[in-house]
Write a protein that binds this ligand. Structure first.
Ligand code: VGL
Ligand code: ZN
Length: 210
């Protein structure tokens, strides 16, 4: 399954705050960097995302006095998990992993920048109405298949994969190039939802030459 001109690699949120030592560290998160760097060498086209919140963002537990981290608060647009402050615009924690071979990426799309709306998905914000612009960009570029990797499996990767399908793209998640936060079985649930939506599952070796 060698990548073709219709394929784009979508690297989700490979940022300091999601890596060991970060504000919202994903367990074993740094294990995805080596396979993702290999994929970046194999795919003709790549797009990166960056979680990019303003100070006081609605997803931050600090914006909801009386609530605890990882609790779910009902907001106008639906349930919102409350996270430790992370990926604040311009902060060190929001920077891409320094060991990520990001040089060949053709676009870095930032999301979650509206103060009152979160965006796990690279395509559609949590109000399920506001587009990030990525679907239009990928369509204009002529891509038909989105191959996803990065962090975290059960939040930004899964929501992005599901929305890629909803936007009419083929979608494949690279299982060894993702790691999850995994609260209350959320990783298993994410894989089940993705399978039901026609999201494929591959391993990074699949895309190598030969
Ligand atoms: C993410 C929680 C909050 C992610 C981003 O990248 O999966 N998770 N913000
Ligand atoms: Zn976030």
């Amino acid at each position: 399954m060698r990548p073709t001109e219709g394929d784009v690699l979508l690297v989700i949120d490979l940022q300091a705050d999601f890596l060991p030592g970060g504000a919202l560290a994903v367990p074993d998160g740094d294990a995805v960097i080596a396979p993702i760097n290999r994929l970046l060498g194999q795919f003709p086209h790549a797009v990166l995302t960056q979680d990019w919140h303003p100070p006081g963002h609605v997803s931050f537990v600090t914006s909801h006095p009386g609530w605890a981290p990882f609790e779910t608060v009902p907001l106008a647009y639906g349930p919102q998990v409350l996270w430790p402050e992370h990926c604040v615009q311009g902060s060190a924690g929001a920077e891409l992993a320094p060991t990520l071979n990001a040089a060949r990426a053709e676009l870095v799309i930032r999301k979650g920048h509206h103060r009152h709306v979160d965006s796990y998905s690279a395509f559609l914000e949590a109000d399920r109405r506001t587009p990030t612009g990525l679907a239009g960009y990928l369509r204009e570029r002529g891509f038909t298949r989105v191959v996803l990797c990065g962090l975290a499996t059960d939040y930004c990767v899964a929501w992005s994969a599901l929305d890629a399908r909803a936007a009419g793209f083929e979608a494949v998640v690279v299982a060894d190039a993702v790691r999850g936060i995994d609260r209350d079985g959320s990783v298993a649930r994410a894989w089940a939802e993705m399978a039901a939506a026609g999201v494929g599952r591959a391993s990074s070796g699949t895309f190598g030459r030969g």
